[in-house]
Design a protein around this ligand. Structure first.
Ligand SMILES: Cc1cc2nc3c(=O)[nH]c(=O)nc-3n(C[C@H](O)[C@H](O)[C@H](O)COP(=O)(O)O)c2cc1C
Ligand code: SF4
Ligand code: FES
Length: 583
């Protein structure tokens, strides 16, 4: 096996992004690069990577077999990955998979993939590194035909940014639709970019921290934890470096907001990271980005290079892009840290929290992309201004993403608490297509309990959604209409969590599979009358009994679907005469 000189130079450069005694952290990058070059990761590739990083081959094998993006066998020239997760499933992914049967395996490898963060324009799929949106069976036929005749895969252009709706208040998305705005450094600076960094450089770290605390900014990754408070928990005087990690894993089904910020305004994120590093004392930041977002990773790398050339990055603070390789659990902050260290993404038991023992055993802050994009605005315009946006307890704006059969699915930015779910769906998204009624709405990614149709007048903020029995979560809103088979939707969601469970804890590993199996049999009409209660009990026995919150993420939607739509599960159980055949 020969590694081209240029590739090895690139690899050597990547390894310098990590501390010399933590070279293992480069392993996912090396796996990506060798797989891109050789098409797969076999014994020779694994041996080479292990040798390069001073690891045992088993340390590489355990990753190759954990992360879904890696393969030990050569694939067809074109690897087609169809998203099978809820929004795409409801938008027609099964018909695409049907169409993809019986293709020439030397040319095509077909597989499913979990949510690609393109839910508003589903069904979505990837072919090699290219993404395709709103794929109809006809469009798919044309794509296949072209690949077969030309043997070439064309680069897919980025879609133009979505124009603002009059009801939106765009702060984070303010730049992206300005005339001729490309997201380049020059364009960003033209619109006032990096002024906040200049201001922050004149401030004491504790003053930046105080400003962020006073803004009452809450994390946008899912849990809504106050950002400034989290920063203040960082262990001090440890003699160890502090790290900042930007969580760009965006893998919660229904969520596609961070992708937009990265694609259309990467310097906003970079500026946010730089200021956050000044406030927390971090000298190195990693952006952990989903492996399935290769274009976004390139956009970030290009933007970081621009910012380095201009002296924003590299003088005091370094920023590196770290690519994941599939696996939803890499979004959970301690799973992410393990993954960044070059291991399987097994979440850690907390405490200790990352603020004390995080990346490489050092104090670490993990923040979501959207959270960090708020920072330059807070520093520029002050905490008092920020608090004028939104409502007490939910200050600022929030990016929400809407998928499902509405007239205008997509991403929107609103002052929190100033709009109800009904206004969002009816006024902003133009209502449901074909005049269908709404059955329920998932308000914050598929982990969050469904809101039944009679609760749509809830305001979109952390507290109101909590009082309504659910949570704001990741801002991924999935609209379920009257024609949606809730048993089928619950099965789809459960398949996701069963697939994504890392397997460390028994209730999650066994319980998610058990729920999936029961839902299969209920959907097939072979459910027993007692299965409805048993399903709830299994979900309840996962809830709160696991190392990380993926357990709750798997249990909550099932419990909420059962609570709100019990009769559908009961009817499905009766379909074939009460359990005539059991799996
Ligand atoms: C299973 C699971 C998946 C998660 N996925 C993501 C994700 O894709 N992106 C994200 O920012 N946070 C995700 N989170 C939340 C992170 O653990 C963490 O709370 C967040 O990145 C902190 O950033 P914030 O305080 O700015 O919200 C996930 C949590 C869990 C339990
Ligand atoms: S809850 Fe699930 S995903 Fe989280 S650590 Fe346990 S097995 Fe892994
Ligand atoms: S991209 Fe398919 S569900 Fe998100």
């Amino acid at each position: 096996m020969t590694i081209p000189e240029q590739l090895e130079r690139h690899i050597d450069e990547i390894i310098t992004h990590y501390p010399p005694d933590r070279k293992r952290a480069a392993v996912l990058w090396l796996c990506h690069l060798l797989q891109e070059h050789f098409g797969f990761l076999g014994h020779e590739q694994v041996q080479w990577i292990a040798g390069k990083l001073g690891l045992q081959p088993i340390h590489v094998w355990e990753l190759v077999t954990f992360y879904p993006m890696f393969t030990t066998q050569p694939r067809g020239k074109f690897h087609i990955k169809v998203c099978r997760t809820l929004s795409c499933h409801l938008a027609g992914a099964p018909a695409l998979l049907e169409r993809l049967k019986n293709l020439d395996p030397t040319l095509f490898t077909v597989s499913t993939v979990e949510c690609l963060a393109l839910c508003g324009s589903g069904p979505a799929m990837m072919i090699n590194d290219e993404t395709f949106e709103r794929v109809t069976p006809e469009k798919l036929d044309a794509i296949l035909q072209r690949l077969q005749t030309t043997g070439r895969l064309d680069a897919q252009p980025l879609p133009p940014p979505q124009p603002a709706h009059p009801l939106e208040t765009r702060v984070l998305l303010a730049n992206i639709t300005k005339p001729d705005y490309t997201g380049s450094l020059a364009d960003y600076e033209r619109e006032g970019g990096y002024q906040a960094l200049r201001k922050a450089l004149t401030m004491k770290p504790e003053d930046i921290l105080a400003e962020v605390k006073n803004s009452e900014l809450r994390g946008r990754g899912g849990a809504g934890f106050p950002c400034g408070l989290k920063w203040s928990f960082l262990a001090k005087n440890t003699g160890k470096p502090t790290y900042l990690i930007c969580n760009a894993d965006e893998s919660e089904p229904g969520t596609f907001k961070d992708r937009q910020l990265i694609q259309y305004d990467p310097h906003l994120l970079i500026e946010g990271i730089l200021i956050s590093c000044l406030a927390t004392g971090a000298k190195t930041a990693y952006i952990y980005i989903r492996g399935e977002m290769p274009l976004s990773a390139k956009i970030l790398q290009r933007a970081i290079a621009e910012a380095r050339a201009k002296g924003y990055v590299g003088r005091g603070v370094e920023i590196y892009v770290h690519r994941g390789a599939g696996a939803y659990i890499c979004g959970e902050e301690t799973g992410l840290i393990e993954s960044l260290e070059g291991k399987r993404a097994y979440p850690r038991i907390k405490p200790p929290f990352p603020a004390v023992v995080g990346l490489f055993g050092c104090p670490t802050v993990v923040n979501n992309v959207e959270t960090l994009c708020n920072i330059p605005h807070i520093v520029n315009r002050g905490a008092a201004w920020y608090r004028t946006l939104g409502v007490p307890g939910s200050t600022g704006t929030r990016l929400v993403c809407v998928s499902g059969p509405v007239q205008r699915p997509g991403y929107y930015e609103f002052e929190m608490g100033k709009l109800t779910m009904r206004q969002l769906i009816e006024d902003v998204c133009g209502g449901v297509k074909g005049g269908r009624k709404i059955k329920g709405v998932i308000p914050g990614g598929s982990s969050m309990p469904v809101l039944p149709a009679d609760k749509l007048d809830v305001a979109l903020d952390f507290e109101s959604l909590r009082k309504a029995g659910t949570m704001a979560g990741s801002g991924g809103i999935i609209v379920l209409t009257e024609d949606v088979d809730i048993v089928d939707a619950t099965l789809n969601v459960s398949q996701f969590y069963a697939h994504e469970s890392c397997g460390q804890c028994t209730p999650c590993r066994e319980g998610t599979l058990w729920m999936e199996k029961m839902l299969h049999r209920i959907k097939a009409g072979h459910g027993r009358p007692e299965d409805v209660d048993l399903l709830f009990e299994v979900a309840d026995n996962i809830d709160g009994k696991t190392i990380c919150p993926l357990g709750e993420a798997a249990a909550w939607p099932v419990k909420a679907f059962l609570k709100n739509f019990r009769s559908e599960f009961e009817a499905a159980c009766k379909k074939n005469g009460n359990g005539s055949s059991h799996e």
